[in-house]
Design a protein around this ligand. Structure first.
Ligand SMILES: *[C@@H]1O[C@H](CO)[C@@H](O)[C@H](O)[C@H]1NC(C)=O
Length: 311
């Protein structure tokens, strides 16, 4: 990495959770359990979708992709939080900090496009059931996923390109437990206002745009379900409200960090735990637990398991 000569900061200190030794131990336990839950839950979905040919539909391909992203997103943050908790000084090297920021934004970008793809998929299934398989053809599905990755990499790199050239000459204390663009820009020893604006415009525009698109498509789905079906609405409403809850949970911290024009409070550093720990664990449960296809697939997996074991 080529960095200007006046950059003397070679590592950052994450202030993270300041806590007593007992609290740190307790938090380590909680975060470890949640992280194991994230890994197991999401890998389970990934394998179920890959192994069961009955689940080879657009919705489940997106879901499997989402699980992969959730594992990636929480893996960039949570293991570092856990290993940092017992340390008094939570150090992260300049390179790791930059890498962490890029990964968060790449994965975050893919996650947003996948959420849009899933909402679009549900919209099509509910509003245009006869044309569903025509519209959601494999080409469209793959383009959604590719768009997600290209968009995510673009989004992360366009911000990284500004940050990497900023001089950092201290202080190097980050009031958070991971690195992210808005907080790191604040530590640069030039006037970062212009760059703060660029980050706010880039990340902020992306989060707001995606959020409103998702909310609009869910309103559209709700209205359609409400107008067309005469039967039992409660199940559709429960499922949809679960999805909407996850969307609101995921986007609230993002909007606070990137769009909120006022000084960063230390509250939003805790809010981001939702994005790295809570939504990755909620996604698999919300999209699958109430879902008949998945239940049937798990039963089938069980049967095949017995078959293998007994033969
Ligand atoms: C992700 O989605 C694409 C396009 O639908 C699909 O081809 C791919 O297999 C999915 N990946 C996983 C891990 O399911």
């Amino acid at each position: 990495m080529d960095r200007p000569n006046d950059s003397v900061v070679s590592e950052f200190v994450l202030l993270g959770f300041s806590s007593s030794w007992e609290t740190a131990l307790f938090l380590m336990l909680i975060f470890s359990l949640l992280y194991i839950g994230i890994i197991l839950g999401n890998l389970f979905i990934l394998f179920l979708v890959i192994l069961d040919s009955h689940l080879h539909s657009p919705m489940y391909f997106f879901l499997a992709n989402l699980s992969l992203i959730d594992v990636g997103l929480s893996s960039t943050i949570v293991p570092k939080i856990i290993t940092d908790l017992p340390n008094k000084y939570k150090i992260i090297s300049f390179k790791s900090c930059m890498t962490q920021m890029c990964f968060i934004h790449i994965m975050g970008g893919v996650e947003m496009v996948l959420l849009i793809a899933m909402a679009f998929d549900r919209c099509t299934a509910i509003c245009k059931p006869l044309h569903y398989s025509n519209i959601m053809n494999p080409k469209i599905c793959i383009s959604f996923v590719i768009t997600g990755w290209v968009g995510g990499v673009n989004h992360a790199m366009s911000q990284f390109a500004f940050i990497i050239n900023l001089p950092f000459c201290g202080p190097n204390k980050v009031d958070s437990f991971y690195c992210d663009f808005p907080r790191i820009i604040k530590l640069s020893c030039t006037d970062g206002t212009k760059f703060e604006f660029i980050v706010a415009a880039n990340s902020g525009f992306m989060t707001m745009g995606t959020f409103f698109l998702l909310i609009l498509s869910y309103i559209f789905i709700l209205v359609t379900v409400w107008k067309c079906s005469s039967g039992d609405l409660s199940k559709a409403f429960v499922t949809l409200s679960a999805h909407i809850t996850v969307v609101v949970l995921f986007f609230t911290p993002c909007m606070f960090l990137y769009v909120w024009p006022f000084p960063k409070s230390s509250v939003d550093k805790y809010m981001f735990i939702v994005d790295f720990v809570i939504t990755p664990i909620l996604n698999p449960s919300i999209y699958t637990l109430r879902n008949k296809d998945i239940k049937v697939a798990i039963k089938r997996l069980n049967k095949e398991g017995h078959y293998v074991r007994f033969c």
